[in-house]
Design a protein around this ligand. Structure first.
Ligand code: HEC
Length: 107
């Protein structure tokens, strides 16, 4: 069990779980399913039809570094994103969430 407050699965469930699942890459809720997001192309979750033009304009893949910057401040990183979330300020918590997501896969 990691130090208090840095369990990625718990942080994901409590911080992101209202809008995202991370089951298989295709089980969307308000936001896209995030399974397998690390290393995947941006705005490419199969069957998610609600991406904003701002996120679609972001090319490339979600590296851990890119995810870290986005999760720190989504609006600052992708101006116009519909992810209405102010971000995770604690770098250790961001790293824990990203490591948790890195362990999930799209099917
Ligand atoms: C209030 C709801 C909400 C919360 C909370 C939220 N998100 Fe999102 N997220 C969204 C929406 C909606 C999108 C699609 C944004 C767009 O198209 O601009 C999104 C997009 C994303 C993307 C881009 C996905 C892709 O396929 O390119 C990532 C990565 C992401 N969110 C991660 C997270 C993580 C990790 C958390 C928790 C720390 C989180 N989000 C919290 C609603 C939310």
């Amino acid at each position: 069990m990691p130090a208090n407050g840095t369990d990625g699965a718990v942080l994901f469930a409590t911080t992101c779980g209202g809008c995202h699942k991370a089951i298989d890459g295709a089980t969307h809720s308000y936001g896209p399913d995030l399974a397998g997001i690390v290393g995947s192309a941006t705005a490419s979750a199969p069957g998610y039809g609600a991406y904003s033009p701002a996120l679609k304009a972001l090319h490339g893949k979600w590296s851990k570094e890119k995810l870290d910057a986005f999760l720190k401040s989504p609006q600052a990183q992708v101006s116009g994103t519909t992810m209405t979330f102010r971000g995770v300020g604690d770098p250790a918590q961001r790293a824990a969430i990203i490591d948790y997501l890195a362990g999930t896969k799209r099917y």
